[in-house]
Design a protein around this ligand. Structure first.
Ligand code: AMP
Length: 188
C-alpha cells in the first residue's frame, strides 16, 4: 500500500486533535501534533522550550524555523514510513512551503489535506467549556488564537486547494471521523 500522508487543519476548538488521534489509529500512522511537541519542550525546561512557552501562553505562533525543524526531524523517523498525520502544522504559508520542500527532500508521496470547518461562535463556546485546563485556554489568549488562525492559517487552505477536502466539524464525533475517512477513500 502506498503511504498515507495527511494534514489536518482546523481552528482551535475545531476538534482536530480528537480527529487526528482517531485517524492515526484507523490508518496505523503516527499523529504528529506540533502543539503537543511544543508543550513537552516547554515543560522540559530547555531554552527553546522556555521561549516557546511564553509565546504559546499568549496565543501567538512560535517562530516558523523552530516548528519546521521539529517537523523535519520527526518526519524522518522510521514510524512515518507508512505515512503520518500532521495535526497543527502547517499553520502559515511559510510552513506549508517548507513542508513541500521537506517532503520532496525525503522523497515522500503526495499529501491529502482535511479542513475541519466550525463556526467561530461554536469554537469559543467549546474552548471555554473544555474540561481539561490549558494555560492558553483563557479568553484573551483564545481571541489571539482565533485571530491568528484567520490571518495566518486560513490562507494555508488556499496553498492546498487541489489536495483539500472540507468536512463539517459540527456533530457526532464518530460520524465526523467516518465522513473524513469516506472523503479520503473516494476516488479522485
Ligand atoms: P495546538 O495544541 O495545536 O492548539 O497548539 C498550541 C500552541 O502551540 C499554538 O497556539 C501555538 O502557540 C503553538 N503551535 C503549535 N503548532 C504550531 C505551528 N505549526 N506553528 C507555530 N506555533 C505552533
Amino acid at each position: 500500500m502506498s503511504e498515507r500522508n495527511l494534514i489536518l487543519i482546523g481552528a482551535p476548538g475545531s476538534g482536530k486533535g480528537t480527529q487526528a488521534k482517531r485517524l492515526a489509529k484507523r490508518f496505523g500512522i503516527p499523529q504528529i501534533a506540533t502543539g503537543d511537541i511544543l508543550r513537552e519542550a516547554a515543560a522540559s525546561g530547555s531554552e527553546a522550550g522556555g521561549r516557546a512557552r511564553s509565546i504559546m501562553e499568549r496565543g501567538h505562533l512560535v517562530p516558523d524555523d523552530l516548528v519546521i525543524d521539529i517537523v523535519r526531524a520527526r518526519l524522518a523517523k522510521e514510524d512515518c514510513n507508512p505515512g503520518f498525520i500532521l495535526d497543527g502544522f502547517p499553520r502559515t504559508t511559510g510552513q506549508a512551503e517548507a513542508l513541500d520542500a521537506i517532503l520532496r527532500e525525503q522523497g515522500r508521496g503526495p499529501v491529502r489535506v482535511v479542513a475541519l470547518v466550525v463556526a467561530d461562535e461554536e469554537l469559543v463556546r467549546r474552548i471555554l467549556s473544555r474540561g481539561e485546563s490549558r494555560a492558553d485556554d483563557n479568553e484573551g489568549s483564545l481571541r489571539n488564537r482565533l485571530e491568528v488562525y484567520d490571518r495566518e492559517t486560513a490562507p494555508v487552505l488556499e496553498h492546498y486547494r487541489s489536495a483539500l477536502v472540507e468536512i463539517d466539524g459540527v456533530g457526532d464525533m464518530d460520524q465526523i471521523t467516518d465522513a473524513i475517512v469516506e472523503a479520503l477513500t473516494e476516488q479522485r
